[in-house]
Ligand binder design. Structure first.
Ligand code: CMC
Length: 428
């Protein structure tokens, strides 16, 4: 095994640290002994150089623009599989055969209802509550409704919980939306696909017939596949860290949803649409780009840049194609023209080239959601439905490790040195 030697220049002490070899990608120095041997911690804000765990689920290569789920390229999965096959792949490690696929789909249908108590839960929210706030609370509340299978040491319990979560997310998402427009929540239908059911629960109205549009159904399905997992991103790491305490999986996933909401993460697709609306017209693009490049403006080109992809985001390429297909079917959206102009300028501008900033998965996804009449506040909710499959697969992987440890990072303390409390009267 290769090693790297760490030497303390002050004491002269040297210690060899093993280098762990991956099946793909960068080698990793195991610094586990560093604190014990040297009395030093490592400092890496934002985890720029830190592998937080071992995983067999997803691999991404930022320089090559490559994304693999369990070894399968994202392009092949998006073209040849549906989202539930991808969920199965993430959870079980391989693609299902026809029989396993049927059993898995049936189990998702079996679990897609939410109890009446949970349906009433939504009535407690104000009509203008953000759907992500409702979703975070509703998912967290699942442990109060479904506590019969919460032994995290039991494989069957874990799998039932995983299937419950994947099955109930569209029902919860649609209930969030229906509450926000003052409509009654719609029960799922057994004869519809995963994304067909979501569209039906969101857009069917009492007393009216509803036909699922196959272009919308397929576009959502591909978007969900593209968003299903992305290695140790902020929300997945949040799920792992929360789950490492042994808390129930619904609580850990709710923590992940809360993290996803931020504009630097899953909230970016919402931010992209708001940005396009704010720019308004192609004639305003140059002035907007000048602001983006001005360090003091605090304005970013939302949907651009990625911590890992420094060449291109393979998901963005697939999404751009779907965006054209959806708009061909649902009608032109001037925001697509605006987005394409921003992309064109950015890809030839030295500011973006030097910083290796490319369109990410969220640059075009908002335009697709918008064409499907999904309101902006629901965009991150859509992302959360898809990412639940990844979150729960990572949680399962972590919890099944025999030597699972609670995550407990250390810090570089730069606060006041020790001092004594003085009486209230003496304090100025
Ligand atoms: N627009 C303008 N400048 C940018 C952008 C952007 N979107 N992203 C990064 N930069 C600049 C940044 O100002 C910095 O410049 P300098 O070196 O002169 O100080 C440089 O590029 C590096 O930026 P960073 O913030 O240190 O990079 P990061 O790896 O920490 O951030 C990011 C990655 C995704 C948070 C960031 O690119 C960003 O804020 N993008 C916009 C939000 C977005 O689209 N997020 C979705 C990410 S993909 C979906 C997901 O993962 O959920």
């Amino acid at each position: 095994m290769a090693t790297i030697t760490f030497k303390d220049d002050v004491t002269g002490k040297a210690v060899q640290m093993p280098v762990l070899e991956p099946t793909h990608g960068q080698s990793v120095v195991d610094i586990g002994k560093l604190a014990k041997e040297f009395g030093y911690f490592t400092y890496d804000p934002g985890f720029m150089s830190t592998a937080s765990c071992q995983s067999t689920i997803t691999y991404l290569d930022g320089d090559k623009g490559e994304l693999l789920y369990r070894g399968y390229p994202i392009e092949q999965l998006a073209e040849q599989c549906n989202f539930l096959e991808v969920c199965y792949l993430l959870l079980y490690g391989d693609l299902p055969n026809p029989e396993k696929k049927k059993i898995f789909e049936e189990s998702i249908i079996r679990h897609d209802r939410i109890t009446e108590g949970l349906r009433r839960f939504f009535q407690g929210f104000n009509y203008d509550a953000h759907p992500m706030a409702m979703m975070t609370a509703a998912v967290s509340s699942l442990s109060a409704f479904y506590h019969d299978r919460l032994n995290i040491r039991d494989y069957e319990h874990r799998m039932v919980t995983a299937r419950r979560l994947i099955a109930k997310m569209p029902t919860i998402a649609a209930a969030c939306y229906k509450h926000s427009i003052g409509d009654p929540a719609v029960y799922p239908r057994d004869d519809l696909s995963y994304t067909g059911n979501l569209l039906y629960m969101m857009f069917s109205r009492p007393g009216k017939r509803y036909e699922v549009n196959p272009v919308a159904e397929r576009a959502l399905d591909v978007l969900f596949t593209l968003h299903a997992d992305h290695e140790q991103n902020a929300s997945t790491s949040t799920v792992r860290l929360a789950g490492s305490s042994g808390c129930n999986p619904y609580a850990a996933i709710a923590a992940g949803i809360a993290c996803l909401w931020g504009p630097a993460h899953g909230g970016a697709n919402e931010a992209v649409l708001r940005m396009l609306d704010q720019i308004g017209d192609v004639k305003n693009v140059d002035a907007f780009m000048a602001k983006v490049k001005d360090k003091n403006s605090g304005v970013r080109l939302m949907g651009f840049g990625h911590r890992v992809y420094k060449n291109f985001d393979p998901r963005a390429r697939i999404i751009k194609d779907i965006c054209h297909q959806v708009l061909d079917s649902f009608g032109h959206d001037p925001r697509l023209e605006l987005a394409m102009r921003l992309e064109e300028i950015a890809l030839s501008d030295s500011y973006f080239i030097e910083r290796k900033l490319y369109p990410n998965v969220d640059f075009y996804s908002g335009i697709i959601y918008s064409a499907l009449k999904i309101p902006v506040e629901m965009f991150t909710v859509m992302f959360a439905i898809a990412r639940t499959s990844g979150w729960i697969s990572h949680w399962m992987e972590m919890v099944s490790e025999p030597d699972m440890k609670i995550g407990r990072p250390r810090q570089l303390y730069v606060g006041p040195v020790q001092r004594n409390v003085i009486t209230l009267a003496q304090r100025t």
